[in-house]
Design a binder for this molecule. Structure first.
Ligand SMILES: [Cu+2]
Length: 115
């Protein structure tokens, strides 16, 4: 009986720690995923948005969303996504379809691109 109780507590702790990982959580919440190269990182205020962070990505086709490769700006959910990012970096990113914006909710740096 006591053993079963401990196992239950251990299981609950695992569930809680998995839920607490923000990167992982964002990745599972993404509606679309893409890859591309960072062209510009624009913390607010910028020419593209007064109050929200913007990232310009030359992205590959995004399954279910855009069939062509193109360069375009996206609003980012937070400037913390920009940490460690430099224009020219190759990234994988996740998009969330929210009212008013297609939001970048996570960015993973794949490898620096040399041009
Ligand atoms: Cu696009």
């Amino acid at each position: 009986m006591r053993r079963a109780g401990l196992a239950l507590v251990a299981t609950l702790l695992l569930v809680v720690s998995a839920a607490a990982q923000p990167g992982r959580d964002s990745a599972t919440r993404a509606d679309y995923r893409g890859t591309g190269v960072v062209l510009a990182i624009l913390p607010p205020p910028s020419d593209l948005h007064v109050s929200r962070p913007v990232i310009v990505i030359e992205h590959e086709p995004i399954a279910g969303l855009m069939d062509e490769r193109m360069s375009m700006p996206f609003i980012a959910s937070s400037t913390t996504l920009f940490q460690g990012l430099t224009p020219g970096d190759r990234i994988a990113f996740g998009l969330k379809d929210t009212p008013g914006a297609l939001l970048v909710i996570f960015v993973d740096r794949l490898s620096p691109t040399r041009r």
